[in-house]
Design a protein around this ligand. Structure first.
Ligand code: SAH
Length: 330
């Protein structure tokens, strides 16, 4: 039997086991799997960032948590058509820990080089994309109890609590008795290191995930097992564990590290500004009617507020000298 494990340690262990042994896309689908236009638009965004960086002859086109490799494959195809010089300059770097998913990515993006984490990436200017990566990173949970705080640990499939200092969170001071405050410590560490790197070596990053615009109290830890909601603490490694991403906290961390930050903006607004519907229409015209309808519905699913358009947010973290990047206009 295991001793009590802090929630973030439990979540890290459970997700590492889950991604190493499962095809996550049997349990959930993601924007790049819904429409090829998603990855194409992100590729074009990366190309515009590259131009803003002064069009370096070589740069890293990186992705964190690339899943099946669809986003990167679609991005590279769009860049090859629209900005061949950028396509030629791109050295594709994938940050992925799961050997199983690395193999799937190699089938879609054979030229890629794989890394275990951000710190392992080679030096140089970089454009990094990440879709539904940060939500898989481990969180800590704190519970208000009377005038003090407890932290969640996991033992034998249940929570136990231990006294803890007050969490560093804007909603902590007014939290009601019993309220849960989540700290995405691993996501914050990732964004801090990313912002420091971009400030030193140049570049930009686009982070897309689901979460509220304003940091609030609340329990967002969830598990999906075989496509259905499950108990997050039962059977570690059998379910995908995620939590909402606190974009306000990530924006603060990136600014404190010296980076320029754009957003968060709702995904629907971002994709529409990048031309989601125009590009989808053009593509649909070349397809048989059934496929054309499916493409248009996929675009609506990504953008409509009551589907993925509002819950999902887009945040850009950039070198401060970069010109403004598309998708974040007021
Ligand atoms: N971006 C893809 C996949 C999202 S699933 C898409 O949109 O379809 C989450 C991805 O992050 C998987 O590829 C998973 O293996 C990877 N991942 C999860 N935790 C990770 C970690 N700590 N380090 C690197 N990759 C991780």
């Amino acid at each position: 039997m295991r001793g009590a494990e802090r929630l973030d340690a439990f979540m890290a262990r459970a997700n590492a086991a889950y991604y190493a042994s499962h095809d996550p896309f049997a349990d959930f689908t993601t924007a790049p799997e819904i429409s090829q236009v998603f990855g194409e638009l992100l590729g074009l965004w990366a190309g515009i960032a590259w131009q803003g960086m002064g069009a370096p002859a070589r740069f890293l086109l990186a992705e964190a948590g690339p899943g099946r490799g669809s986003l990167m494959a679609d991005a590279l195809r769009a860049l090859a058509q629209a900005l061949p010089a950028c396509r030629a300059a791109a050295a594709v770097a994938l940050i992925e820990t799961s050997p199983r998913l690395r193999a799937a990515q190699a089938a879609r993006v054979p030229e890629a080089v794989w890394y275990d984490d951000l710190a392992a990436l080679p030096d140089g200017p970089c454009v990094l994309l990440a879709n539904e990566f940060l939500d898989a990173l481990p969180i800590r949970q704190f519970r208000r109890q009377g005038t003090g705080w407890q932290e969640h640990f996991v033992q034998d499939g249940g929570f136990l609590t231990r006294p803890a200092p007050a969490p560093d969170h804007p909603a902590a001071a007014d939290a009601a008795d019993g309220a849960i405050i989540e700290i995405g410590a691993a996501a914050q560490d990732f964004v801090r290191a990313l912002a420091q790197r971009l400030c030193r070596q140049g570049g930009a990053a686009l982070l897309i995930d689901y979460g509220p615009e304003i940091s609030a109290a609340g329990d967002s830890l969830q598990a999906l097992r075989e496509g259905a909601p499950a108990d997050p603490l039962a059977d570690p490694g059998r379910a995908d564990l995620t939590a909402h991403v606190d974009f306000a906290a990530l924006a603060r961390v990136a600014r404190a590290a010296g980076a320029a930050v754009f957003g968060p903006v709702p995904q629907g607004k971002f994709l529409a500004a990048l031309g989601l519907f125009q590009r989808t229409d053009r593509l649909a015209r070349t397809q048989p009617p059934g496929r054309a309808m499916a493409l248009l519905d996929a675009a609506r699913r990504l953008a409509e507020p009551d589907r993925m358009g509002r819950l999902f947010k887009v945040l850009a973290v950039c070198h401060p000298a970069l010109p403004p990047l598309p998708g974040f206009e007021p």
